[in-house]
Design a protein around this ligand. Sequence first.
Ligand SMILES: *Cc1c(COP(=O)(O)O)cnc(C)c1O
Length: 467
Amino acid sequence: MLKTIGQQQGRRSWAEPWKIKMVEPLSITSRKKREKALKKAGYNTFLLKSKDVYIDLLTDSGTSAMSDRQWAGMMLGDESYAGSINFYHLEKAVRKYYSYKHLVPTHQGRGAEHLISQVQIKEGQIVPGNMYFTTTRLHQEMAGGKFVDVIIDEAHNVNSDHPFKGNIDIEKLEQLIETHGADKIAYVSLAGTVNMAGGQPVSMENIKAVKALCDKHGILLYLDATRLVENAWFIQKREDGYQDKSIKKILFEFCSYSDGAWMSGKKDHLVNIGGWVAVNDDKVFDKLRNLVVVYEGLHTYGGMAGRDMEAMAIGIKESVKDKHINARIGQVRYLGQLLEDWGIPIVKPVGGHAIFLDAKAFYPHIPQDQFPAQTLAANIYLDSGVRGMERGIVSAGRDPKTGDHRYPKLELMRLTIPRRVYTEAHMEVIAESVKAVYDAREEARGLKMVYEPEYLRFFQARFEPVS
Ligand SMILES: *Cc1c(COP(=O)(O)O)cnc(C)c1O
């Protein structure tokens, strides 16, 4: 008898805790059309037109499906320039679920990163963090800081099955503080479910230890809260003492160990645009509120329309429901399970928002400076119209001092699952395409970069196949 994956694993299956009210047709293209489109896009999936894409796994950023409640909230937008009621709804939600006293809305996550970096980093200071994120590090560097990675070594090893690969290495952090002195540290920058490591979580025990060390030296601790709800799910599933605690409780406790956070609402919050920075300290808040009017907008909208703030406030409440997050991560793990069963090299354990294919293991014959992960993204698109993205040498950029490529240990290709958008049948189509590309791996050839932008090059770089 045919068994579902749930039955094979001796459990009952989960299902999405929603039903579909409105549908959006997908465009299904021919291989010939995709070849043309990819060439035109310089073999960079960021430069493809979405009409040429079938299943879009470029990112989970701003690609969520909003609920009927959120759409209803959009109609309640109070578009007053100052003091919009929707701002107060958002402020209340952030206080209630994320614990912070003061909220400054921004147009999206990087707007928040810009503000906090400008306010809290002095020229020449160090910002230790659990692996870099592209926009976060850039804003820290542009504010005169130097990012130093203090993530545990397991994070750089695709085969390590450490349950909390996003953890900070306390010894590395301690060493850094000892070497440079606490005055030289701007703050510790801790991200939940570390994106660049494959969506790997941080344990409660770890943030407590980081907090204790920071307190000992009078150093501030700020969170990248972008995917903290997903992080809370891993704590609930993997950390002793949290099995019976709700996602809401875990999220609140996690945040309570920090001095503030920045957020890309386009991820966990189930909206298409928006972000915020929130802190407890009155003086820091005052500085942030001052700066937001220069770059984003008045402190009660910060680059968001009233309706967007309302949708975000509602999205926050939906995002912390256990049923929601179980299904969201369940779908990612389902795709991971299919690929693992076929022996396809992926980052394990599977993270919260995406499957990361190990491009070095796919294409051992392609040297890293011929962009194996970029090549893999191109080949999967050619096979099926599924669009993913590179997270390897192109994303890592160049060392600002030497001008050389940074050669990251991880050369990954990311298949990111949007929230509440695709079904399990889509996951199967995706897995089958990855398998087809894996089976043809020996024929693959690398790429050369023919155009390179100065900042965040992965967005706009152009490539050609090597001859
Ligand atoms: C997306 C993201 C950001 C930046 O947010 P934007 O809304 O894209 O500007 C920051 N940190 C992490 C971990 C992210 O995933």
